[in-house]
Structures are given as C-alpha cells and as structure tokens.
Design a protein around this ligand. Structure first.
Ligand SMILES: [Zn+2]
Length: 324
C-alpha cells in the first residue's frame, strides 16, 4: 500500500450520512456529513449516495491521495456477500444492488455492509474491544441490534439478518414491538422505548389513577418528550416512576445480554448507541444484573463503546479494505 492510499467510506442512516476518507490504519483524513432525506424515495437516496461517494473520491484525488476502495454501510437487512441492501424501513431500500451500482459508478472495488455489524467491526478492531478475539457489540438507540465479531470478522447470518438481539423475546405478553410481536427486548429497553414507557407511566399517574378514592400523581411532572438520558437522571435523583422504568430496562437488557453470552461466550460486550451515554447509571446496574444471570458461563467484560457515532463510517472503511 502506498502512503497516499485512502478508502472512501459512507455510513447511511435514516436522517444523515456520515462520510470519510480513511487511511489503511483507520485514521480519517477528511469527514463530511450529508442529509439522507429518505422521504424523497429510494431512487433519490441511491443517487445521493453515488454522488457523495464520487465527490469524495474526487476530493481525494484533488488532495493528492489515491482512493483505492469504497465501503458503504446501510441499516436494515443487508446481504453482504451479494452486495444487496435487502430491506430497510428507514431508508426505504428493497433489494437494491448497491455494491454493484457504486462499483460501476466509481470504478473502485466496493463493499456493502450492515451499519451495526461494521460498527461492531470497528469497535472490535480499533475501539473498546481492541485486543480481544471474541466481541459482542450491542447498539442501543431507537432500536437494539448487535454484531458478533470473532477475530475481526462479523458474522452476517445466512440471510443477512444476524445480530437482531433487540428481538429476543424477554417479556412474553409485554409491550408491543415494532416487529409486531409483544415483549421483544427493544420494546422495553431501547432508548426510545424507555422514553415512551416513562411518558406513558407518568401520563397514567397524572391523568388520575384513582386509588382508594384519592387521585394520585401530580400535574407538575410531565413525561412529554423526555429522553432516555433524562429518565436515567430522574431515576438517579430518586423519582419513583423513572427509577422503575429504568430498572425494568436494565433488567431486560441483562436478560438479552445473558442470552447473547449463552450463545456466543464472548470476552467483551461493547455497548454503544445513545443509551451508552448514560455511563455508570447504565453500566453499574447492568454489570450487576448480568452477573446475577451467569451460572456456568463466564461473565464478559462490559464496556462502553469508544468510537462514538463515527464507528459505522470507520467500519465501512475497514470492510472496504478487507474487500480489496
Ligand atoms: Zn421485535
């Protein structure tokens, strides 16, 4: 590899695209962000992806660098060997052969990956899982998804849908999940589920739950538009409803991670996504709850992700480097 080599990397999300030119050692020499504007429909989004990737390759050449490959990460179900974005709710993709489209447009070797799987790849190789061979990366944000990375490679599953840990059934008959089933992990413990459940619990309290002829709850507290981080803050401050919702989420997450450990027996569990920003308010009780659930399995090291929201872009770059 020449010192001028870079890869073009894009992490396409429902609202925005994080883009970078990345050296083979994982350092980004240039970053850009663009809106996805998914409401325009999948064809327009594909055009934007190709234009942005082409623009980045041009920028690299203008700066005296040599773009040698392209990596693109997208959400949903991704058939990585075929290079096809099979299905994505928030970008609107259905069976889009994105790898071949991009390779034809840019004339570069191209890899297509799943956003959480490549994020896990980056955390396992360059981030919080560095130095350990068996890593489970769990992203907890609007949903919950995982990547099982062994020796720097993430398993995709037979249909591109491995790692959907958010749909482990943890509370049969519990809250309705976006997938249509009741009681999935992400219906209890995703950042958006925590915010929603807190809001619902407060509303139930403030709209007058009658207990023994006395209307309980007050009007001074509202659950409208309270984030999961705020629920964690309120729980730490001793607010009972917040403490209950937070504890239920932590217990459910521990159930999900215990299932993950039974399946994968990893050394390190890296938790990323928005919820990881709760820090010790998440990790202290989660570590304890996970320990309670271990019988003969070894307790994995439980750590916060280190690469922030750049992990997906960096992982797309790693996938591109692997594919060359
Ligand atoms: Zn589900």
């Amino acid at each position: 590899m020449s010192p001028a080599d870079v890869v073009v990397a894009l992490d396409v999300g429902g609202t925005g695209m994080k883009c970078a030119l990345v050296r083979p050692d994982g350092t980004a020499v240039h970053t850009e962000r663009h809106p996805t504007d998914a409401g325009r429909g999948p064809d327009a989004v594909i055009e934007t992806i190709l234009d942005v990737a082409d623009g980045l390759a041009g920028k690299a050449r203008a700066d005296g660098l040599d773009p040698v490959a392209l990596g693109i990460a997208v959400p949903g179900v991704v058939d990585e060997p075929a290079g096809v974005a099979v299905w994505s709710a928030n970008v609107g993709f259905r069976d889009v052969p994105l790898r071949d489209l991009a390779a034809a447009r840019l004339g570069l070797p191209t890899a297509l990956g799943h956003d959480v799987r490549v994020g896990g790849l980056a955390e396992a190789r360059l981030g919080a899982g560095r130095g350990t061979g068996h890593v489970l990366f769990v992203a907890v944000g609007t949903g919950i998804a995982a990547a099982h990375v062994v020796d720097g490679s993430a398993a995709t599953g037979a249909h591109g849908a491995a790692g959907e840990i958010g749909h482990i059934l943890v509370r049969p008959g519990g809250p309705r999940c976006g997938c249509g089933r009741d009681g999935c992990l992400e219906a209890v413990a995703s950042a958006s589920a925590i915010a929603r459940r807190y809001s619902e619990a407060l509303d139930a309290a403030t709209t007058g739950t009658v207990t023994g002829g006395v209307v309980t709850g007050g009007t001074e507290k509202t659950g409208a538009a309270v984030s999961a981080a705020e629920v964690a803050d309120r729980a730490a401050a001793g607010e009972a409803v917040a403490a209950r919702v937070w504890a239920e989420a932590v217990e459910a997450l521990a159930d999900g991670l215990a299932t993950g450990q039974a399946l994968f027996d990893v050394q390190t569990v890296v938790v990323g996504g928005g919820l990881a920003q709760a820090g010790p308010r998440l990790f202290d009780p989660l570590r304890a709850a996970l320990r309670e659930r271990m019988t003969f399995h070894r307790q994995p090291r439980l750590v916060a992700a280190a690469l922030g929201d750049g992990a997906g872009c960096l992982g797309a770059a790693l996938l591109a480097l692997d594919a060359r």
